[in-house]
Design a protein around this ligand. Structure first.
Ligand SMILES: C[S@@+](CC[C@H](N)C(=O)[O-])C[C@H]1O[C@@H](n2cnc3c(N)ncnc32)[C@H](O)[C@@H]1O
Length: 245
């Protein structure tokens, strides 16, 4: 028998690139969660606030919302909870969810259901049609490009008929590998580009699964430079136009 000890190796075909990128993203946010909160928490997000305002006016008090990649919950999850919605927040980073517990749970009123789950949004399972709205802010672009259309389809499936989808994505096409992001951690993000996302949305529209209400590119000032984000506000068709719970 050959007792030689060799280092474990992986053939390129055995590597799961998607899982490696997700581990990199999760560990990056775990390391910089507190620092990210200081940087992003007070960042002006007028477009997001405007969309949340519109969305809220179409939902019933206490409506059930799913927020993917909720991070520390500042400012959006806090805003949704202050408005009295029942919120399920999901994030791949356990450090982010620890901060969300700290910053959001104390705002929940008596009987208001607010919960946070640690996990990969792409691996989450929820009942079809179980949320009045499914949201994702600055988070879908951390999924590998090929997972983004699948994620959007899943999001739509989790929305009740007549419910809403609100999300932003990279406006530009391609993978972005930042060897040194905030706090020096490596970070990954990706996008299909505005036209790539529009094609995915259009397929959902043609299948009768979605009605796009607004689709805009917003140039947001991030620190000293401007970054374009593609915002999508859409509705799952419903025969009866009523307020959602
Ligand atoms: C840029 S932060 C945005 C956080 C928050 N939505 C906000 O607007 O401030 C991106 C968040 O998405 C989370 N995230 C990245 N990939 C994820 C995945 N596959 N599943 C769930 N959360 C993910 C990160 O951990 C991080 O908290």
């Amino acid at each position: 028998m050959d007792n030689k000890v060799t280092a474990p190796t992986s053939e390129p075909s055995e590597l799961n690139i998607g899982e490696d990128l997700k581990a990199l993203v999760a560990s990056g946010y775990d390391k910089v969660a507190a620092q990210y909160l200081v940087w992003a928490g007070p960042r002006p997000t007028t477009t997001r606030s405007t969309f949340i305002e519109k969305l809220s006016s179409n939902l019933s008090p206490g409506a059930r919302i799913l927020e993917l990649g909720c991070g520390a919950g500042v400012p959006s999850t806090q805003d949704l909870v202050r408005r009295g919605f029942s919120v399920t927040g999901v994030d791949i980073s356990s450090a982010q969810i620890t901060l969300a517990h700290e910053h959001v749970l104390p705002l929940a009123g008596k009987g208001q259901h607010v919960e946070f789950l640690v996990g990969d949004m792409a691996a989450m399972e929820f009942d079809v049609g179980s949320f009045a709205a499914v949201l994702a802010f600055y988070a879908l672009f951390h999924l590998p490009m090929d997972e983004q259309p699948v994620m959007l389809e899943k999001m739509v499936s989790w929305i009740k008929p007549g419910g809403y989808l609100l999300a932003n994505l990279h406006a530009e096409e391609g993978d972005v590998h930042r060897p040194e992001w905030i706090g020096g951690v490596p970070m990954f993000s990706s996008g299909l580009g505005v036209e790539g996302i529009r094609k995915v949305l259009n397929d959902l529209v043609l299948e009768g699964k979605l009605e796009v209400l607004e689709d805009i590119v917003d140039h947001e000032k991030v620190g000293s430079f401007e970054e374009p984000f593609h915002w999508v506000y859409a509705r799952k068709p419903c025969a009866i136009n009523s307020q959602l719970s």
